[in-house]
Design a protein around this ligand. Structure first.
Ligand code: APR
Length: 310
């Protein structure tokens, strides 16, 4: 039987994730959205099916407003949520998206009790924590998409700066998803050479800052929403690592129980991603300065988590 991947929320990130996944032929895809947009997930699914003959994939894609077809999913990607609108505080967003995530989890968990939950909804680390608490799933089976996208942004900016292929670059980003993330230059390299040996500190600082603001830069340009091509690609890479049991080491939001001195929080750290989900958290030695930045990032997540109501 083919694997089943459910994508909750057939909006921009959901639909783009479906496309990247369809091309990889990893399994059947179900896109589910709310009754208020009946026809939209079905229409997008049909459109994506019709791209198959041209792009040469045979992936079955279903669009629905009913959770029935999501039954027995192997991976559930959660992109349902609303982005922040002018005048909305972070806490306002937390309370709206908390309701949405609660509703999604109550529909998904009884139908797919063995699934791996991959959360994309912002504020990312807080919503992943919420999904973990409400689902009752083991920590390995709940993971948030964060560092792959942040790392990809850092890699893009390093490549642009040095005029080399993005493929030659590895980037290392820790911490919360958002302005408070912690890119680590000394572990970011071009073909194994740390960028600290290739670029002056002020240029590195500028690239780090642009990476931190990477999502916001796109929101400002788009004006009507947030990024979805790179987020969709990042989610698809995670789903592939899980379903192929690749044991890829990728930065993801994972539950910490003392690693990096942090407890009871979802936080961006390197993890081994395989069929069991976030199978292992990798802990690395940090400098005092990096640790201070990481703690600040964790404090910011905790202040957002404080707006959750259980
Ligand atoms: N169940 C299922 N789908 C829902 C629900 C729900 N309870 N509530 C909202 N949705 C759907 C919306 O109808 C919409 O189709 O979620 C979709 C969200 O899509 P977009 O508004 O296009 O947002 P998108 O750009 O895809 O971002 C989704 O990912 O990167 C994050 O910050 C981003 O939290 C946001 C999420």
């Amino acid at each position: 039987m083919p694997s089943k991947i459910t994508i909750v929320g057939a909006g921009n990130v959901g639909a783009m994730t479906a496309l990247w996944l369809a091309e990889r032929e990893l399994g059947d895809i179900v896109m589910v959205d709310i009754p208020q947009v009946d026809g939209m997930p079905q229409g997008k699914a049909l459109d994506l099916m019709q791209a198959g003959p041209v792009l040469r994939y045979d992936t079955r894609i279903t669009g629905t407003i009913d959770y029935g077809p999501t039954e027995n999913s192997d991976v559930v990607v959660i992109t349902a949520g609303v982005p922040r609108k002018p005048g909305m505080s972070r806490e306002d967003l937390v309370s709206v998206n908390q309701q949405i995530i609660s509703e999604v989890i109550s529909q998904i968990v009884p139908r797919s009790p063995n699934a791996i939950l991959l959360v994309v909804t912002n504020p990312l680390d807080t919503m992943t924590y919420l999904a973990y608490k409400l689902s009752g799933f083991p920590k390995q089976r709940v993971v948030g998409q964060s560092g792959i996208l942040d790392g990809a942004r850092f890699r893009t900016f390093i490549a642009m700066e040095l005029g080399v292929s993005v493929e030659s670059i590895h980037a290392f980003v820790l911490g919360g998803h958002g302005d408070e993330m912690v890119p680590i230059p000394r572990y970011s390299d071009v073909a194994g050479i740390p960028i600290t040996e290739l670029l002056p500190p002020e240029r590195i600082a500028a690239l780090v800052e642009r990476t931190r603001q990477g999502g916001g830069e796109i929101v400002k340009l788009l004006k009507t929403g947030s990024a979805y091509y790179a987020p969709g690609a990042s989610v698809a890479a995670m789903v592939e690592a899980i379903l192929k049991d690749k044991k890829l080491v990728l930065p993801c939001s994972a539950y910490l129980e003392g690693e990096y001195g942090l407890r009871d929080i979802f936080f961006g750290v390197p993890v081994t991603l395989g069929r069991g989900g976030a199978e292992k958290v990798w802990e690395i030695t940090l400098t005092l300065q990096e640790r201070t930045m990481l703690n600040k990032s964790a404090d910011l997540i905790r202040s957002t988590m404080a707006a959750l109501k259980f």
